[in-house]
Write a protein that binds this ligand. Structure first.
Ligand code: ZN
Length: 341
């Protein structure tokens, strides 16, 4: 099958053996798979990424320097069943799955981050039958492929345990920030102020439901008047060194900070600043299986408005160039890889 391989930042299309479904497993054809910031991190900072995975584990760990097929935000079609499967769904059924391939020894494999388990930037994948979620009829594969990234945003919003009397500041309007805004909007949370240096991203934030947008180069987001009347909750969706200390410095007393952005590097912040203001810091990761299922259904029934989230659809041949191009935030929101293009 055709697949995009990644080795230490280099990406290329190759012909590799199709994976074979084992006991309890299903062979699927990838229909759509989103490019995630973590994929870009894994390619750009392979050494840091592998080192952090080995040191701390976590859900999306890459522990090898060998070539891998990335892609964990997918929607696929059932092609064939392996042995000892229930075959609940017909072949041809569109499915999503948490990107985890179950193993009998409980050492589960992360789909798209392991040499044994190719991800969605390939024509075919093997998934665990128990993890399959049928995509409700009428939902296109490109929309269903957003289940994973939107579940990340939804989980962050759930973890914030909003009471309804807060004002929200979303810092960073890349795919993660946009997922957070989409999930906030679905819960009628207001006001939502979104800040990003990129005008393109600020426009996407407006489409997804931000009530006010702010260019931090011109205006300090923490000074936006709509934020100063209520308790503040900040969603940090940038993930680069220095952002947390900047939030500590500018946030008002008792601000709650939800850290969704993934910063791989060692960061520096001054706890005393946070102590003086009694700030709360909540780090979040991934989603629960229930949140993943809810995310798929929210996309299918329109509760999550994803119409404006996908900016580009590309074939396998374009993945390498797209990884480079995604460094420019102006033109891109979510990019979906479609192996049949
Ligand atoms: Zn991801």
């Amino acid at each position: 099958m055709r697949a995009v391989l990644m080795e230490k930042g280099k990406l290329w299309v190759d012909d590799i053996d199709s994976p074979k479904p084992g006991k309890g497993e299903v062979l699927v054809a990838t229909k759509a798979c989103g490019i995630c910031g973590s994929d870009l991190h894994a390619a750009k900072h392979t050494t840091d990424f592998v080192q952090t995975s080995i040191e701390t584990g976590g859900a999306f760990k890459l522990t090898t320097f060998d070539p891998v097929v990335l892609g964990h935000e997918f929607c696929a079609e059932i092609v064939d069943y392996g042995p000892e499967t229930d075959k609940t769904h017909a072949t041809g059924q569109l499915v999503c799955s948490i990107p985890v391939r179950l193993q009998s020894d409980n050492n589960h494999l992360a789909v798209g981050y392991s040499t044994e388990t190719p991800g969605g930037f390939a024509e075919q994948m093997v998934l665990s039958e128990r993890m399959l979620l049928p995509v409700p009829a009428g939902t296109p594969a490109t929309a269903a492929a957003l289940t994973e990234p939107l579940a990340v945003g939804y989980h962050a919003v759930m973890k914030a345990q909003l009471q309804g009397d807060e004002a929200i500041l979303v810092l960073g309007c890349g795919p993660v920030g946009l997922a957070v805004i989409t999930a906030l909007k679905a819960q009628n949370v207001a006001p939502i102020v979104a800040a990003d240096f990129s005008s393109g991203r600020r426009e996407y934030a407006t489409t997804q439901g931000a009530d006010w947008i702010c260019n931090p180069a011109v205006e300090d987001p923490f000074q936006v008047s709509e934020l100063r009347k209520r308790k503040l909750v900040v969603f940090e969706c940038v993930g680069v060194p220095g952002v947390l200390d900047d939030i500590f410095t500018k946030a008002p007393h008792n601000t709650r900070i939800v850290v969704v952005g993934v910063c791989l590097q060692t960061d520096h912040m001054r706890p005393l600043v946070a102590i003086n203001k009694e700030l709360s810091l909540q780090f979040v990761l991934g989603y629960t299986p229930k949140e993943f299922t809810q995310s798929l259904h929210a996309i299918a029934d329109g509760t999550f408005d994803v119409g404006g989230l996908v900016s580009h659809e590309v074939g396998l041949d374009e993945v390498a160039d797209t990884f480079v191009a995604l460094a420019d935030p102006e033109r891109y929101a979510k990019v979906i890889v479609n192996p049949s293009i």
